[in-house]
Each structure stands twice: as structure tokens, then as C-alpha cells.
Design a protein around this ligand. Structure first.
Ligand SMILES: C[S@@+](CC[C@H](N)C(=O)[O-])C[C@H]1O[C@@H](n2cnc3c(N)ncnc32)[C@H](O)[C@@H]1O
Length: 275
């Protein structure tokens, strides 16, 4: 029988959480702190065993081993995503794309690509000129590999309106659905951590949905300022509905789009129509 694993003390857990928040945003004040603590404790026990380190030494070791810290962040990752998640938001984005050029757009925290490819489908339908691009960004190399390959099941594409699916996807020999070459030419994926800010650029549209809820309070505040600061003159940041109060609390300038969907302007660039 193997000896029971030593459990990390509350102080040791806090020290690791502080590192995770500083380098990857992850925080105990996110959506479900208890869940995070349980997963973290399990992951640290495995790590300690694999590297023969007692729980109290793990934070010091992780501080000197950024690759291991990133691996730990990956173990804690929540990657849930769907095509056409929140249909009303997508209708609002389509209306926005008809009203003004959305040339530089990004999905920040794009996970396995469903959000970035949905955005590309919506823009392709609204913008005949094809002068737009979408960047999907995530800190997970594993998720990005799936996003780039972009082979999805019929079930995964179920919520995507069939006109968008027929226009922009085709079937592969193994029965998966994959984006057309024309769509692929307009979409890139980059590995980057949001604690470093979104990719450089003046963005017309930034989607950052269901990412900030998993951040600690300080990392949230910094990430929100960076997202708002990366918007172009009429740029908009859209978050998940559950994250809208968070943006309001950080003084994002809200604007109501079609269907009551709320977006946020960068500070200096807030336009008329703001609430
Ligand atoms: C729950 S998924 C949301 C996916 C998609 N935005 C959606 O709403 O369907 C959260 C994603 O955010 C990514 N993420 C979390 N923290 C991040 C960070 N600090 N930098 C970049 N990506 C991050 C995770 O890797 C994960 O793929």
C-alpha cells in the first residue's frame, strides 16, 4: 500500500495560486473557487509525487519553472465552448458588420476554435469584400492545435445556422466538417496569455467570452484595461452576458446593440449611444 500523499497547507495553496494569477490570470475569486481549490490540490499532489517535492516546496519550485507552471495552468483549464454560443449575440454582431467595417476581429480565449470560426462565418456572410481577418488567441497550445485543424462533428455544428454552415464548411473524407479554404485564409490562431494583453493591433471587435470569470480580481482588472485599451476608434469588446456586470464595475463604457446585447467601447473612444 502506498503512503498517503501529504496535503498542501492553506498557505502553500495560496502561494501557488498567487503565481497562477500573476502569470496566467487564474484566481480563486473566479466562478467557483471551491472547484478550483479541489482541482489544484489534486494537481499539486501529482506534481509533488512526480518531482519528489513536499507540498510546501512546490510554490518555490514552480516560480523557477515557468514551463511546469504553464502545465499546471493547463490542468486547471476550463475549455468548454460551442459554435454559435448565444445566438442573440451573433445576430447583433451580424447587424454590426452590416453597419460598419469590422476589419480586425479577435476571439480572445478561443479554446478549440468554435468561437473564432463562428465569427469568421458571420463576417464572411456579411462582408462581400472579404477585407477582414479573425485572430483566435488562447494560452493553451493543445486547444489551439484543435482549432487550427478545425475538424468538427455534425453535432458540434448543430447550432450554426445552416446557411452559414453550407457557405463556409465542407465535409472531409472522414466525415468531419471543416472550414473552406477561403475562410481559412482569413483566420489565424496565436498562442498568447491574456495576462500579456490581447495580440497587438487596434481591434474593431474583441470577443472575450467566459474567460475573465476564471481570473482572480487583480488579473481581471488588468486584463479588462488591456482589452479596452487595444480597441480601435469605434472598437467594441463583447463578453459573455454573465460577465457584463464585471465590465460595468470596471468602468467599461457600455453600448446597447441589437437585441439588447451589451458591448463596451474603449475609454477614450466611447461614442454616442453609450448608456
Ligand atoms: C471556457 S473557455 C471559453 C471559450 C469561448 N470563448 C467561449 O465562450 O465559448 C475559456 C478559454 O480561455 C482560455 N484562457 C483562460 N485563461 C487564459 C489566459 N490567461 N490567456 C489566454 N487564454 C486563456 C482557456 O485556455 C480556455 O480555452
Amino acid at each position: 500500500m502506498s503512503a498517503p500523499r501529504a496535503r498542501p497547507s492553506a498557505a502553500a495553496l495560496q502561494a501557488v495560486l498567487a503565481l497562477l494569477e500573476r502569470h496566467h490570470g487564474i484566481g480563486a475569486r473566479g466562478a467557483s473557487p471551491a472547484w478550483l481549490a479541489q482541482r489544484l490540490e489534486r494537481a499539486l499532489a501529482q506534481l509533488g509525487e512526480a518531482h519528489r517535492l513536499g507540498p510546501e516546496r512546490l510554490a518555490g519550485w514552480l516560480a523557477a519553472e515557468p514551463t511546469e507552471l504553464a502545465r499546471l495552468a493547463e490542468l486547471l483549464r476550463v475549455g468548454e465552448t460551442r459554435f454559435y454560443r448565444d445566438a442573440e449575440q451573433w445576430s447583433a454582431i451580424a447587424a454590426l458588420a452590416r453597419a460598419r467595417p469590422l476589419s480586425a476581429c479577435a476571439s480572445v480565449g478561443c479554446s478549440t476554435g468554435e468561437e473564432a470560426w463562428t465569427l469568421a462565418c458571420v463576417l464572411a456572410e456579411q462582408r462581400e469584400d472579404q477585407r477582414w481577418r479573425v485572430v483566435g488567441m488562447d494560452r493553451s497550445a493543445h486547444a489551439l492545435a484543435i482549432a487550427r485543424r478545425a475538424h468538427y462533428s455534425s453535432e458540434a455544428l448543430e447550432a450554426l445556422p445552416s446557411a452559414l454552415k453550407q457557405r463556409s464548411f465542407h465535409r472531409t473524407a472522414d466525415g468531419a466538417w471543416t472550414p473552406s479554404a477561403a475562410l481559412r485564409a482569413r483566420v489565424d490562431f496565436v498562442e498568447r496569455d491574456l495576462t500579456q494583453g490581447p495580440p497587438a493591433g487596434r481591434w474593431d471587435l474583441l470577443l472575450c467570452k467566459n474567460v475573465l470569470i476564471y481570473f482572480g480580481a487583480q488579473a481581471q482588472a488588468r486584463a479588462i484595461q488591456r482589452l479596452l485599451g487595444a480597441l480601435g476608434p469605434e472598437g467594441l469588446l463583447l463578453v459573455a452576458r454573465s460577465e457584463v456586470p464585471l465590465l460595468r464595475a470596471h468602468a467599461g463604457r457600455a453600448v446597447e446593440l441589437a437585441g439588447g446585447v451589451v458591448g463596451f467601447h474603449g475609454r477614450a473612444e466611447a461614442r454616442s449611444g453609450s448608456e
